[in-house]
Design a protein around this ligand. Structure first.
Ligand SMILES: CC(C)(COP(=O)(O)OP(=O)(O)OC[C@H]1O[C@@H](n2cnc3c(N)ncnc32)[C@H](O)[C@@H]1OP(=O)(O)O)[C@@H](O)C(=O)NCCC(=O)NCCS
Length: 157
C-alpha cells in the first residue's frame, strides 16, 4: 500500500494532470482541464489529487467530483499506471466521499464502462451498488453501468 498526500488541485497542477492524462487510456481534453482548474470558482468541479511524499511530490492520480442535484458525481478517477494496485484509487475515492459530505451530499454516483472490470471491482469494494445500465451511453456504443453509494463510503473487507 502506498500512502500519498491528498490535496485539492489548482491551476499550478495543470502540467501534472496533463502528464497523467498523456499516459492514460482515456482522459478529458486539455482545454477542459485548463478551463476547470483556471476558473476562479471551482464550485462545480472539485479536483482532488494524490501526491507522492517525496521532495519532488509528483502527482500519482486524481479524481474529479461534480454535482447532480443533491448527489455527488464521481466524474473521473485516474491513477498513474506505475502506481496502480497500491491503494491510491481507494484513498482518492475516500477523499472524494469526504469532500462530498462536506458539501452536504448524501450519495455518490458514477458511471463506468461495462468492460472496466478493475474499476467496477474497486467501486464494489467501496460499497457502490449497480443501479441501472445505460445502453450505448459511450461514443463507442459501449454500455455504462450507473452505480451509487451512501456516504460515508465504507470499505468492504
Ligand atoms: C480504476 C483505477 C482508478 C483503480 O486505481 P488503483 O489505485 O489501482 O486502485 P486500488 O489500488 O485502490 O484498488 C483497490 C481494489 O480495487 C480492486 N481493483 C483495482 N484495480 C483492479 C483491477 N485492475 N482488476 C481487478 N481489481 C481491481 C481490487 O479489489 C483492489 O484491491 P487489491 O489490489 O488489494 O486486490 C485505476 O486502475 C485506473 O486509473 N484505471 C484507468 C482509469 C479508469 O478506468 N478509471 C475509472 C473510470 S470510471
Amino acid at each position: 500500500m502506498y500512502l500519498p498526500e491528498i490535496n485539492f488541485l489548482t491551476a499550478n497542477n495543470i502540467p501534472d494532470v496533463l502528464r497523467i492524462n498523456a499516459r492514460a487510456d482515456y482522459a478529458w481534453p486539455e482545454s477542459v482541464i485548463r478551463e476547470d482548474l483556471q476558473s476562479s470558482s471551482q464550485n462545480e468541479m472539485t479536483y482532488i489529487g494524490a501526491f507522492a511524499t517525496t521532495t519532488e511530490a509528483p502527482l500519482l492520480g486524481y479524481a474529479v467530483l461534480g454535482r447532480e442535484k443533491r448527489a455527488g458525481i464521481l466524474m473521473l478517477l485516474i491513477v498513474d499506471k506505475d502506481f496502480q494496485r497500491q491503494g491510491v484509487g481507494t484513498q482518492l475515492l475516500l477523499a472524494v466521499g469526504d469532500c462530498a459530505m462536506y458539501l452536504h451530499m448524501r450519495r455518490l454516483r458514477l458511471r463506468v464502462k461495462k468492460s472496466n472490470i478493475g474499476a467496477i471491482a474497486l467501486y464494489s469494494k467501496m460499497s457502490f451498488i449497480s443501479e441501472t445500465v445505460r445502453r450505448g451511453y459511450y461514443s463507442t456504443g459501449e454500455d455504462a453501468i450507473e452505480m451509487s453509494a451512501a456516504l460515508p463510503l465504507k470499505i468492504k473487507l
